[in-house]
Design a protein around this ligand. Structure first.
Ligand code: B12
Length: 457
């Protein structure tokens, strides 16, 4: 069987991101000697031409589509990627009768709805390596049995990876790595899967499961070395929380230091586990910045969102970073359950006092199925249980819905290092291009001060 793997993610903000999920799938197919080809639409130009010529030359028996993003989770300037995915699926259908299989983090959030909306044949929820191989083998034998395929045409968790070191390392050879490095500035590496935290809105445990499953630091560093040989100088650890489990994150850093890898990197971090020793080790290992999923800096909202830390801990983590000279950014979410203008003022003031390098601030929380926020919204009556989640559903506390946007417009004018993706404030294509033209690698928030000067030009 010949498999065409398609990545239809053409979003380039905040950066074009390398489809590492598909690179894991590609490696799994290679290990099983399954002939395959990657079609990444990110830099392909005319997608219809790219699809029809890939199908004409390769003649696939199965087409796999990786759905990473459903939408930009941003309010009020919401973008849905679904109409484009539908065009892509239709173009594939026009050119081929091969069954279409969907997978990816976005797909896993609402598989039934997406399968119907896109009219695909099968869907794989969660990790795709083993499940896709199972499906291909079943198709070779005349079609999957009901033991494999549940809920219509969906395969759910058929192959959760228990030992991450058994996975083949992502195969990046079918992708235009140079374009990603030039336009996105960094490579992507995964050191673990799974998220044990319980934030009420978060999809990570739904996508990756609730238990951390780690990769051996030596295997991670072999992969980094290989990427460096191919031109990577800067990378992002795509783990939903890099610094937890603490021992594992520190072991990865020690291995980078031991091998003297001159690579720059950044990551998402949980402020609850930051210590001076950890930050020192991160800096020695080449870390240029940590992004805290803080969400709020007010006790009521931290409790309501079920965060595992307190405001004091945010202050402490910020102070540790400032003292050590580590760039740090607080990611915050305004408008969750119980939010009032008073809690918003408290959060903004407290975060400002922490003097972060930058702040990424979202207003309203995109609600996804299987999260506690969705159950709360049903119970509160703010979300109709019969409505599907393909359309934007944002939770915005009724106590702030009239005031918050005008207030943020005014606040952002006085706070140039704060990024508001949903209002397109301090983030846009032009600024991104200017910064990348300066040869800047890594997350753009690390350069917000420089961005401020460029914006004035
Ligand atoms: C790291 C990350 C980022 C980093 C990426 C940095 C980098 N260099 O890669 C940054 C900060 C830049 C980022 C940005 C954005 N992100 Co983001 N990000 C993530 C995160 C935490 C990890 C993604 C990842 O790399 N996973 C590792 C790989 C190996 O896993 P995977 O892709 O899921 O692949 C596996 C399976 O899904 C499956 N699979 C994948 N493809 C296929 C295909 C087939 C055929 C099959 C069978 C299986 C399969 O098998 C793979 C291996 O097991 C996820 C959350 C999460 N935990 O998944 C959000 C997530 C993907 N992001 C999301 C979003 C929305 C965005 C943004 C749009 C946000 C914004 N407004 O800026 C942008 C989009 C950027 C872009 N150009 O696409 C959403 C997407 C879903 C949605 N809600 O639409 C997620 C799920 C988080 C969420 N809110 O729910 N992101």
């Amino acid at each position: 069987m010949k498999v065409l793997l398609v990545s239809p993610n053409i979003e380039t903000l905040p950066d074009p991101v390398f489809p590492i999920g598909l690179a894991f799938i590609s490696a799994a197919l290679k290990r099983h000697d399954i002939q395959h080809k990657v079609l990444d639409l990110c830099f392909a130009g005319d997608y219809e031409v790219a699809i029809s010529s890939a199908i004409a030359s390769f003649r696939p028996d199965i087409v796999g589509i990786s759905l990473r993003n459903i939408d930009n989770v941003s309010f009020p300037n919401y973008i849905s990627y679904l109409p484009f995915y539908r065009d892509v699926t239709k173009t594939i259908r026009k050119n081929s009768s091969a069954p279409i299989v969907l997978g990816g983090s976005g797909f896993s959030l609402m598989p039934g709805e997406l399968l119907r909306y896109l009219g695909a044949d099968f869907g794989i929820v969660g990790e795709g390596e083993a499940s896709l191989i199972n499906l291909i083998e079943a198709l070779e034998e005349g079609g999957p049995s009901s033991r494999l395929v549940k809920k219509g045409r969906i395969i759910a968790q058929a192959g959760i990876v228990k030992d991450m070191d058994e996975l083949p390392v992502p195969d990046r050879s079918g992708f235009d790595n140079r374009a990603y490095l030039k336009l996105g500035g960094m490579g992507s590496v995964q050191t673990k899967r799974g998220c044990p935290f319980r934030c009420i809105y978060c999809t990570y445990p739904v996508i990756e499961g609730k238990t951390s499953r780690v990769r051996a630091p030596a295997i991670v560093c072999d992969e980094i070395e290989n990427m460096m040989e191919n031109g990577t100088k800067s990378l992002f650890f795509v783990d939903n929380t890099f610094n937890y489990p603490v021992n594992h994150a520190e072991a990865v850093c020690r291995e980078i230091i031991r091998r003297r890898l001159k690579v720059k990197w950044s990551c998402y971090a949980n402020p609850g586990f930051i210590t001076p020793g950890m930050v020192e080790l991160f800096l020695q290992a080449g870390c240029t910045g940590v992004e805290f999923g803080s969400d709020a800096a007010n006790e009521t909202m931290l409790t309501n969102l079920a965060k595992n830390f307190h405001v004091d801990c945010l202050r402490e983590a910020s102070s540790i970073c400032r003292k050590a000279g580590m760039n740090f950014c607080h990611s915050i979410l305004l408008g969750g359950p119980g939010e009032s203008m008073a809690t918003i003022h408290e959060t903004l003031e407290a975060i400002r006092d922490m003097a972060p390098t930058a702040v990424i601030c979202m207003v309203g929380i995109r609600v996804f199925p299987k999260t506690r926020l969705s159950t709360m919204a049903f119970e509160e009556g703010s979300l109709d249980p019969s409505r599907d989640f393909l359309q934007p559903v944002f939770y915005l506390s009724p106590a702030v819905e009239n005031e918050i946007l005008p207030f943020i417009e005014q606040f952002s004018g006085e706070n140039p290092t704060w990024i508001f993706p949903g209002l397109n404030i301090n983030i846009n294509k032009q600024l991104q291009e200017k910064l990348r033209r300066f040869g800047i690698k890594g997350p753009l928030w690390e350069y917000m001060k420089m961005g401020e000067r460029l914006r004035r030009r």
